[in-house]
Write a protein that binds this ligand. Structure first.
Ligand code: BV8
Ligand code: ZN
Length: 243
């Protein structure tokens, strides 16, 4: 980390860039009232990931897993994108090549209007059939248990990447392509501990991108990025857009 750059320097660099990639995590949605995962108020304080967000957990007790996702769907149904999501939508219209890679499953980037996006951990508003693998949009809240596939009758699961599961090849391809061509990588609101996303910053840095972190707290990314700013996404991200 270096203090030689101000956020206004970063704003100028972003607006002069040909290609910008943004990696987001739960911190950007925290300002919409969505709970994060880690930290004092995080979801993992009350739940154990391996008991809820793993294929083994779903095999063992699909009803429990669906109850947790239903609870989160109910909560998310009341949340709206915030000014940080909206600023990224505006930047997308200004910068020739702009790609968002999000670890968030809440769909708030697309609700805000972001077009170029890889939702690498899936989307809580999509379900997938455990038999025929068909993916469909589903916004029913709550979803009665057991939810069944209209095509084959199979049990539906959340279309989310759980611990121990591989990310979709298309999302990985899009993400690495965006990381390998960007002039600037902006990392917003992620603790940087979940792989493979935790290894994305060095990919961009190794090919020469300028890497910027915006996060409430220091993270494992902080010492390796070009510049790190501590603060709330809703306060920092709007500063990246010129009036
Ligand atoms: C895979 C979905 C291989 C649930 C999620 C040991 C070493 C290395 C790797 C591993 C290892 N052991 C296991 C692994 C692999 C594992 C992993 O990385 N584990 C970690 C924890 C060690 N990864 C996997 O299993 C991945 N798959 O590796 O596959 C493979 C290959 C081939 C074939 C088979 C398998 C799959 C990862 C799946 C991740 N899914 N959960 C759900 O959402 O329902 S992870 C979970 O964490 C969330 O989904 C989230 O997307 C992700 C990242 O969290 P963050 O978004 O960063 O959120 P967090 O709360 O942590 O941090 C928020 C940050 O925001 C904080 O820093 C905070 O300060 C900041 N903040 C707060 N408020 C604000 C703010 N910032 C700004 N403004 C604010 N207002
Ligand atoms: Zn099916």
């Amino acid at each position: 980390m270096s203090s030689q750059f101000t956020i206004l320097d970063v704003r100028d660099r972003i607006q002069q860039a040909q290609s910008v990639t943004v990696l987001t995590g739960a911190g950007i949605s925290a300002d919409s009232g969505v709970p994060t995962f880690r930290g004092p108020e995080g979801l993992w304080k009350n739940f154990r990931p391996e008991e809820l967000a793993s294929p083994e957990a779903f095999d063992r007790d699909p009803q429990l897993v669906w109850e947790w996702y239903n609870w989160r769907r109910e909560l998310l149904a009341t949340k709206r994108p915030n000014i940080a999501h909206e600023t990224l939508v505006k930047l997308e219209t200004l910068i020739p090549d702009f790609w968002v890679i999000t670890q968030n499953v809440d769909g708030l980037h697309t609700t805000a209007g972001t077009q170029n996006i890889s939702e690498i951990h899936g989307n809580i508003w999509k379900v997938r059939c455990t038999q025929c693998q068909e993916v469909s949009q589903n916004t029913q809240v709550p979803l009665a248990f057991p939810p069944n596939c209209t095509d084959c009758g199979g049990l539906l699961r959340p279309h989310i990447v759980w611990f121990g599961e591989a990310l979709a090849p298309k999302d990985l391809e899009q993400s690495y392509a965006a990381l390998n061509r960007c002039d600037l990588l902006l990392i917003i609101g992620t603790s940087g501990v979940v792989y493979p996303a935790a290894s994305f910053a060095p990919v961009a840095k190794d090919h020469g991108a300028f890497v910027v972190e915006l996060n409430l707290d220091p993270t494992p990314h902080s010492p390796v990025v070009d510049v790190s700013f501590q603060g709330r996404a809703k306060e920092l991200v709007p500063l990246l857009l010129k009036e």
